[in-house]
Design a protein around this ligand. Sequence first.
Ligand code: UDP
Length: 407
Amino acid sequence: MYRLALLSVHGCPMAPLGERDTGGMNVYLLQIARELGRCGHKVDVFTRHHEPGDPQVIDLGDNARVVHLKAGPYFETKGSLHQYIREFLGNLYLFQQSEGTTYDVVHSHYWLSGWAGTELSIRWNVPHVATFHTLARRKIEARAEESESQLRIHTESRVMRSVDAIVVSTEQEKQDLSRLYQVSTHKVCVIPAGVDLKLFRPLDKAWARQSLGLMGKRVVLSVGRVEPLKGLDIAIRAMAGLEDARDTRLIIVGGNPGRDSELRRLKSMSAQMGLHNRITFAGAMDQSNLPTYYNAADVFVLPSYYESFGLVALEAMACGVPVIASRVGGPETLVSEGKTGYLIASRAPEPYAQALNFLLANPTLRGTFGRAAIAKARTMGWDRVANRILALYSAMLEQTWKIAVGT
Ligand code: UDP
């Protein structure tokens, strides 16, 4: 049995999903913590206190807990959190002392936690694994308008040099680490992320559509955080190029109009294009509501500029929905061209419209793609991800990993 400290300074596994900064990483942490716990290990996910009234410790069951630590004011923006890493660490040490626990491995998530994890692993003399989820240099490369601080870039490089191992979801990300940060690829372990197969599964389509008031409509779906990097403007423009557009709806799940300027921009763009009757901005949803949306969809669309994995594509596939995605990182490994969907290399809306027209007009092909998508998704449960992460921890603790990477 291992005692595992998972660090996620800014991404609490319990936070409501689909807002500006809550998505895939939060889901990843919750699922992995539970699966590692189910395997008999003791798991603590350390994150910052972000909601007044939240208890310090939340028991997730199965040996896993979330531990909230004070680190700055509750409602601080992500960009300012680096100022509170020291406070976070101080409170982590106090918590650890009060419980009298020790940990065997530190696994940090995102660069802010990598910063904290580097210090913890030295103090505790335990191996440090990092998962970055996104990389600043890769984001900037994907979309020139993205701005990332020098502090982030510098910290990522520093953490990459000091960690014992880095977990990434795709071979592409491994190459990115080498190309953009000169990381030795021997240090990098590719473990694709997973999908909750109990939640995301095929349901009766007619029922799903009726529940959402979409009877008789052809439905294109997008789910996720709403930010410019997700390229949703491309999906909206593609709607203008559809044949039989009157009966087709694009449903965009995710985002908070009060807080996301990108959501407001997309709404006014669709109104200006005269598409407001064909596009529904459904807002952020609890994950338990998503299976109804996925199952109501004919096609799922993910036109991101950068997607280190793209859990939503896999969730759609698990529900039997063909995916049209940009030819980037994660989606490229998930979608089989012409078998479970289409991958689009261009940032132009026309190829998306073309692929949508083709799939929307072909129910038999959608059925074939959907079945192949389910078969693929069924091989990707979170239990497999956790088992591979555990194998990495074991190799590190038994020193075989260090021998393998030559350090
Ligand atoms: N999600 C959700 N409700 C929403 C929007 C998204 O539960 O309104 C979840 C979605 O099911 C997925 C995650 O947030 O598990 C998004 O992960 P993904 O890897 O697609 O994107 P990221 O947030 O990592 O960019």
